[in-house]
Design a protein around this ligand. Structure first.
Ligand SMILES: Cc1ncc(COP(=O)(O)O)c(C=O)c1O
Length: 376
């Protein structure tokens, strides 16, 4: 991504709304923590609140029927460290990895640090095209080609498309994971950011001894990304392998602060506020798109998350960005979310999470002007 000038309206940024970051509550929790425990949270070993954070995250998983008897939770420095640790453990330079196309760019970059062997499977408004995956897997098997060991998916409110995998496809994917013996990394960074209703996670749908789902969670989109709190929920033995690679590359102070915050806050109330704010911002963005974009432009309507994925036929959105930035609005060109960047040229990702309501309206107006002058 080129640098975006500071005065640009940032429809590119997948950050939380500034007003939803619980600054006051965090400040109070950190003060209380230091008052009560003094230097303890600032040592390598840290506060007991770290353990309490783990217990809290486990309870969150249990609430959504995600923990089996043999499962545990490993806290990581964000979902990204979780994905990196899983990749370290499972992927070598011969490993085949399945990714959604498009998908979260950081995850792509992480996997590319470990292997060059990928299978890209498309995504539509019902999520990953599992029929296409089955055809690919069957073809590989028939032709004696190497089968994948891992599949990475963001089944709920995907980044960048905003779409959600249907229940039917979730069942199909889980069936394929058993039939072809691969593990599924379920990245659920946006699972709690729903507008009307949440989805059953792949992890909760796969509770048997032979479950192949490794669940990755994050507090970045629902509390504060700078705290870098993520986790993996999976078999305890598998988590032991991950923690071997993690060593003590933790942030005990951030974890203790988050533990203290969660102890003092009504998280469900925070979720209720957050869901309403993002639903309203998303509705606004969609209605502005309808008003200001040419009829040839289309998009998926998300049921949660942070993003709207827009198709601008016959336009290279990475070239158009320069004009958009000159007009004072930014987005992320679609190509960055693909292994084969050519596939993403006609797409762009808009985020409604970070910009204020007035900036969303003004930003889409500016984008409309730029697209109109490119299309006609
Ligand atoms: C799908 C997805 N996973 C993970 C992350 C990052 O999570 P964390 O901040 O916990 O590393 C993001 C952030 O944009 C994301 O979109």
């Amino acid at each position: 991504m080129p640098d975006i000038p500071a005065d640009c309206i940032r429809l590119s940024s997948g950050y939380p709304a500034p007003g939803l970051i619980p600054v006051k509550e965090l400040e109070a929790s950190v003060s209380k923590l230091l008052r009560e425990e003094k230097d303890l949270p600032l040592h390598y070993l840290g506060s007991k609140k770290v353990e309490e954070l783990n217990t809290f995250l486990q309870a969150l998983m249990v609430e959504r029927s995600m923990l089996r008897q043999s499962d545990g939770v490993l806290i990581t420095s964000g979902a990204c460290q979780a994905i990196d640790l899983i990749a370290r453990l499972l992927i070598d330079d011969e490993t085949v990895v399945v990714v959604e196309s498009p998908t979260y760019m950081e995850a792509l970059e992480i996997f590319q640090n470990y292997t060059k062997h990928f299978i890209s499977i498309g995504v539509d408004d019902a999520g990953l095209l599992t029929e296409q995956l089955e055809v690919e897997l069957a073809g590989r098997k028939r032709n004696g080609l190497k089968l994948p060991r891992v599949l990475y998916t963001i089944p709920t409110f995907q980044n960048p498309t905003g779409t959600t995998m249907s229940e039917e496809r979730r069942e199909h994917l889980l069936k394929l994971s058993k039939e072809y013996d691969f593990l599924v990394i379920e990245d659920d960074a946006y699972g709690n950011v729903y507008f009307e209703q949440g989805m059953d996670s792949l992890k909760s749908m796969s509770r048997g001894e032979d479950s192949r789902v490794l669940y990755v969670g994050s507090l970045s989109k629902i509390v504060a990304p700078g705290m870098r709190i993520g986790w993996v929920a999976a078999d305890k033995q598998f988590l032991q392998g991950l923690s071997w690679f993690k060593k003590d590359l933790d942030h005990p102070f951030a974890q203790a602060s988050m533990g203290a915050f969660l102890e003092n806050v009504d998280l469900q109330k925070h979720f209720t506020t957050l869901r309403k704010v993002y639903r309203d911002k998303c509705d606004l963005l969609l209605s502005e798109l309808k008003q200001h974009l040419p009829d040839s432009v289309s998009w998926f309507v998300p049921k949660g998350g942070y993003f709207v994925w827009v198709k601008v036929p016959d336009i290279d959105t990475s070239k158009l960005l320069e004009h958009a930035v000159a007009e004072g609005v930014s987005y992320v060109p679609g190509k960055y979310f693909y292994l084969n960047q050519q596939e993403g040229l006609e797409y762009l990702r808009l985020s409604f999470s970070y910009a204020s309501e007035s900036d969303i309206s003004e930003g889409v107006k500016r984008l409309g002007k730029v697209i109109h002058s490119a299309v006609y």
